[in-house]
Every structure is written in structure tokens, then in C-alpha cells.
Design a protein around this ligand. Sequence first.
Ligand code: PEP
Ligand code: MG
Length: 755
Amino acid sequence: MLEATPPDPLIPPDAEPFAAARRLFAKLRERLAAGNSSLAELTELIATELDIAVCSIYVARPGEMLELAATHGLRIGAVGRTRLRVGEGIVGLAAARGELMNLPDAQNHPEFAYRPETGEDRYAAMLAVPIRRAGRILGVIAVQNVEPRQYEGFEVETISTIAMLLGEILSAQGAGNIAPTGLGDSLSRRYAGHPLAGGIVRGRALPFGRSTGPRHVLADDPAVETDRLERAMAEAEQSLDALMADHLPKGHATREVLEAYRLISQGTGWLERVRTAIGDGLTAEAAVDQVGSELRRRMRKIADPYLRERLADVEDMIERMLSALGAGTAKPDDASGMILIVRRLGPAELLDWHRRGIAGVAIEEASSGGHAAILARALEIPALAVEAGATEAAQAGDTVLLDADSGALILRPDPEVTNLYDRALAARSERAAELSAFRDRPAETQDGTRLTLMLNVGLAFELDQLARTGAEGIGLYRTEIAALAAARVPGVAAQAADYRRVIERAGGQRVVFRTLDLGADKMLPGEAEDGVENPAMGWRSLRVGLDRPVILRKQLRALLMGAAGHRLSVMFPMVATVAEFRAARDLLEAEAAKLDERPTDIEIGTMLEVPALLFQLPGLLAEADFISLGTNDLMQFLFAADRGTPRLANRYDILSAPVLELIEGLAAACAEEEVGFSICGEAAGRPLDALVFAAIGVDTLSMSGTSILPVKAMLAATDLAMMRPVLRELRRAGAAGTSLREPLTGWAREHGLPI
Ligand code: PEP
Ligand code: MG
């Protein structure tokens, strides 16, 4: 399952011959070279060659109007008379949105605007494509047919290419233009978002659209264009090398992410499509642009986040190639203090913007596991996945507040909001300065209980956080993250090298490697199983590892090889029975027996995420060296409450009497049998929760890098001996399972704790 190759969304299922399109382009080239073709003749040529009933060209006129300028198929008397406002009718909508509309039954679309003078009531199918030039919309080309049907891929591509060509023609004729909707707005606007890399910044907006489109569309000689394409590819490659060499210090682990991106962007078959389009008579830049547009259309329909991110990488490459072909949009050399607002962004582009000094970035289509997000976190650029529309609504130079902590982008904020944020920023930097003092102090409560705080990480470069936070090792190394970033499970040698690097960077501190925990929300491209109702409880994680042991064995070998000469800690995820733990441990021991060079010491533990394991404790404690409680999964299985359903997010609380009783009992049982015990879910990183865990006998917590210092500060401020009786009383009162969070927060506030 894990090695399946995903279907390539860029390769159409049946490669169309494009013969009609090629013929049409050849004729268009002839007519344009002769220099005497009218728009009316062009509409006739297009309709005839493509066997389409109606082809019309609408041209932008002052006052946000579109006027029918030429048609083949509609009543000729409508030319110069039929006018639509931008946003009115299908044609107006295509112009307003700047997006093509492909409708099988346009007449029944709620926005359809009937104009009797055109005689268009016979036509059901309609494709309307905006005509752009340098980011401006100059008109719309629309084709129509009687039979209801969706226009096919090659027809959409051909009409889109003709729209590019019309962009050249209309701009040469000095056509007016329509600003996309939203521009000209001066009111404050707030866009919600999902934080990708934390931080709050204030700066100037830098909305950045895609390239303005090629200047020349049709070419005389495909061989010349192919040659230009190859050179542009080499140049795009070199510029990436140069970026990496100049801006990522040697050994900087984000290089791995960029390398993964490079493999992905070269491997999807889109170049083949570009070459075919050049063969059809397009210039290299028009061919790249056409494939890019098709890619964007397909991206919008793809639900799988990893596939979408993979496509974002390809789009990044396309933008770089358009630049190399002289068709890119100029970027400011100095973007310092600016907040980049874009629809999509790949890692190479982000690195390029980082070099130019951006202070933050908002991306409309991004996911937190995507390459751009991973890189943003590594480079510490505040980044937000923002809701759609922000790029369009932002104007260059607007004041912008990017709140990548609570998830908001505010364009043109009102003075009160700006003041509020300025105060928050000042308080933040004060707090950061206070917290940094805890880096070199041990994690200890006021009354001397010492805890071990460790890190949860997923990529080698995140180990920088060890030094930054003073954490004492890695309590959870999620090995699946690197596989997700690279969209595949790396081979044994590559994994072993990775693990060795991690161990070396940890400089002797303990690193707990968790074996691949793939499935449910962590799916490799192409792996999604149709019809599985509860993927979190499905065939995932260790279950796959045990049933198809090739991948697990390879990973265990890689871990043993990577840790040769060092201590190795391995932890298995999603264990539900002692028998499963034993089977996994046996695989590890069998692999170890085959190797000459071994780790100096091997400790083998398990995540405790499945409640059934709680009822097999004697057997488990006899066999496991350590147990780490995964609160994220344990809570969802314990309360039958999906961890990804926002409505359930606060319904059941870990700070409730039954769960605390469970944890306290587990910690005591582990201590009795001298089995290591830790908590590594998100709860461990919340200061109040961490404090409560410490109070009930947990001495090791593993959390994300940003939580270490706040948790240390909380521990240092608290006298556990004073807290315990309060907690005991609250637990007794909350025996019905209600949350203790509110009264505990009240108590913490009363005692001036840094909550
Ligand atoms: C957990 O379930 O608590 C855990 C740490 O694992 P993950 O979040 O990776 O599922
Ligand atoms: Mg888990």
C-alpha cells in the first residue's frame, strides 16, 4: 500500500490528438502575420475549425461594462448593442472572477442573463474565458453549443490559448480594462486563517499574483521553442541551486525539503505536456503558461491535501520557468517588512522571498504539512493559510496585520485594532525575553520536583530547538513526517543516514524514534482507501507494519544502522495488544541479529493510544522498556470523539477526574515495575495540564519546541505541595467527569501563575 504510485493528475486519461487545435493555430498564425484579420473573422475561424456553434468576443468598455464586439453564431445585430455589467450574466461573472466558466447548461445557471437580441436561447452549453493581459482583464471569449455538455479538456485549453492571443490583439488595439472585483476597496477587512508558522507581524501588503502571461503566444519553429524550454529548465534549476547555496548554510536540514521538492517538481509528467503544446505551435512561455493554467484548474478540484501540495510544488516550478523565459512578474528586490499575500506558494519561491526580506506570508491554498509550511517554520517566517479572497482584496502598500498565532489576516486595520496589536506585540516581546531566561534552567517546580521536558519533532532541522529551548532530548520523533514531506517512504540507506544525522545532532541526548505512523490524517499520496468510514480506527500505522512487514523491517534496519555505536530508542505507535507489541519487538530483534554493527543499547517501548492496552498492563509492563501516553489519540478513542472534529474539540477534557485517575494509576504502575513513563500528546505542552501531570506523579513530558519555555516557567512558579490538596478536592467534586479546567485556571490566576 505504501509504495503505490499515485495517478498523475496532469496526464489526461486519453491524450487527445489536438489535430483541430493545431490546424486552427496554423491558420491563426497566417492571418495574424498578414495583419488584416478582424475580430469577426477570428470568431468565424474558431467556430468552424473547432466545430462549435457560437463563438463571441466581448470587449471591456469604460464603466465596468462588457460589449459584444464580434460573434459567429449569435444575431449579428446584437454586436455593439449587447452589453453586460461586470458580474452580470455568465460572461460578466467570468470577467469579475477572472476565472473561466464551463457550464453544461448555462441557461439554468442562477446568474444567466438573457438578452433577447442575441437569439441565444437555443444554446445550453457555454464556455466563457476571460481575456487578460498583464494582469488586467480586457474582455471575455465565449463559445456555445445547443446540446448540454461540459467542454472537454482540449477545447478548454484551445480556447484559453486563444484568449491569451486575444489579449495581445486587444491590448495592441488599446482596449479598456476591468479591475478584478474587490480592488478599490478601502475598508478594513478581516480574513480568518489557520496558522502554519506562528508569530504576529505588522507590515505593508505585497499581494502577488501569478505571472502576467506571455507576450507572444504562437511560434514559427517548434525546435527553437523546445531549445528555449530546455535552457529555461536549466536556468530554473541553477537559480534553485544558487538560492540553496547562498541562503541555506551547508548542512542546513531544510535542504532536504528543497531536494524533495526538486524531485517532485521534475517527476509529474507536466514537462511532457509542455513539449506537446510546443509541438502544437505555441511559444515555450505560452506552452508553460497553458499547462500551468490547466494545473490550477485541476488543483482546485483535488481534495487530497498532499496531492495538492505536490501540485503547488509543480506550480512553483512553472513560475520559475516563466521567469527564466522572460514572462514572469518582476519581484521587488527589497521586500523587507512586507507581508506577502499569495494564492499558492512552493518552497523555492518562499526561499526566494525570504532572501528578499519578507516579514510574513499569507497563503490561500496551503496545508500545514506542505513544503512551504515546513520551510516557513524552519525559517521562522510567520505564515498563515488564509481564506480565499485575500490576495484579490489586498492592495500593494496597504497596512496589514498578520496574526499567525490566533489565525487572522487584517487588511487596512482600523486604528483601534492596530493599537491593540501593537500592545500585544510589545507584551509578546517582553514575555519572550522573560521566557528566554528559562532556557538554561532545569525544569523544576518551586518546591523542587524535577521534570524532564523533551521535544516532539518530525524533521532533522527541528533539532535546532534543542539548543534554543534547553529541552533534554527528543521524546517523540515522528518518522512519518519526513516520508510525508517527500511524498514517499525513503529507502533504507536514506533513512539510516537521516536517523544517524538526528542522533548526532542530538549530541548524546536521548532520541525516541517512533516507527511510521501513517494513515488516517497522515496519508501518503495515492494511499487513500475509498469507502473506509473510520480511517483513524482503520488499517493503519503498526497494523500495516505488521501485516506487510517489508516496510517496517526496512525501517527497523535503517534505525539499527543509523544508531550503530549509539544508544537506540524505538517506540511503536497504535499498539492495541501485548501480542502486537511482542510481534513488533521480535521484528526489531530479528533485524538486529542480522547486523554486525549494532547500537550500544536498545530500548523498546510503546505508545499508549488505544484504551484496550490499559487492560493488559501486567503483560505490557513485563515486556516494554517504556510507555509514552499519546493523549491526542487516547482521548479520541477513550471518549469516542474524533480529534479532527472542531465541535468536539473541548467537549471532553483531559483535566477531568476519570482521565487523571487513569494517568495517575498508569504512572504509578510504571514506576513500580521500573518502566519509563512519559506523556507526549499535545496536552503535555499546555502549561496548566503539564502542571497537573507533574502533580499526579508524571516526571517526563514531551512537547513541541514552542511549549518548552512556557511549561518551564509555569513549573518554576508553582509549589506542588500547595497545589495537590486543591487538585484532590476538585477531583472529588468533579467525579461526574466534568472538566476541572475552569476552577484550576481560576486557582492559577489567583496565585499569579503564568497561565
Ligand atoms: C498522540 O496520539 O497523542 C500522538 C502523540 O501521536 P500523533 O499525534 O502523532 O498521532
Ligand atoms: Mg497518535
